[in-house]
Design a protein around this ligand. Structure first.
Ligand code: AMP
Length: 222
């Protein structure tokens, strides 16, 4: 059972991912997190992708597919939740091949739909923990602990460099041109597995809708 979480930056995918991972015993594969770790550790890959990440562009499909392909191969016994991947149609086609090679199949593609205006509003008030990457939002919550410390690990809360307004606008435009075509791609090739939710609803409501729909797909329903 593998699931894809799709939606613009700031749709709340990270928050929903945490819950899905727990309830369905999934292994969270966030390509954004993987790349941020490469940057933090100043690896050769980190050096290669530094500029494109800082400006809100996309890492090349070849690199992304190589990273995800080897991760899937190394952890074949796990069920995956892909978050922030695929991001382009060629990545989706590459994922189809990766899954087919290991006789795996997608259970659901969860699309969290949020307007551009809401994305800009949310991301400009989003903060994250420097240590454990937990997400906070100074306008809508969850709020960090006093002194801008992480409520989970006590780490420092910072604004991600790519959450600055100019970069957010670039990320959104990249999303609309390169990632949004995946909505047609998946609703076309896998209409029964495609789940659309209104991401502007309260977090718990969005999650309840996603959870019920995933359960339904697992039971083989429509
Ligand atoms: P995210 O945390 O998912 O918003 O990702 C942060 C940044 O990492 C993106 O703005 C891209 O530069 C890069 N990135 C993450 N996932 C992908 C992907 N699947 N394809 C290309 N670039 C990606």
């Amino acid at each position: 059972m593998d699931i894809i979480l799709l939606g613009p930056p700031g749709a709340g995918k990270g928050t929903q991912a945490e819950r899905l991972v727990k309830d369905f015993s999934l292994s969270h594969v966030s390509t954004g997190e993987i790349f941020r770790a490469e940057l933090k550790n100043a690896t050769p890959l980190g050096e290669k992708i530094k500029k494109v990440m800082a400006t809100g562009g996309l890492v090349s499909d070849d690199i992304v597919l190589e990273v995800v392909g080897s991760h899937v191969k190394k952890n074949e016994s796990l069920n995956f939740l892909f978050d922030g991947f695929p991001r382009t149609v060629p990545q989706a086609e590459g994922l189809d091949k990766i899954l087919a090679t290991s006789s795996r199949e997608l259970t659901a593609i969860v699309y969290v739909n949020v307007s551009d205006a809401e994305v800009v509003r949310r991301l400009s008030s989003r903060r994250s923990c420097k240590t454990c990457s937990s997400i906070y939002n100074v306008a809508t919550g969850p709020f960090p602990a006093a002194g801008q410390k992480c409520s989970r690990c006590g780490g420092d809360i910072v604004e991600r460099a790519d959450d600055k307004e100019s970069v957010v606008k670039e990320r959104l435009s990249v999303y609309r041109t390169q990632t949004a075509p995946l909505i047609d791609y998946y609703s076309g090739i896998a209409p029964r597995k495609f789940i659309e939710t209104d991401g502007s609803a309260p977090i718990d409501e969005v999650y309840d809708a996603i959870k019920a729909a995933v359960k339904d797909r697992l039971a083989g329903g429509r």
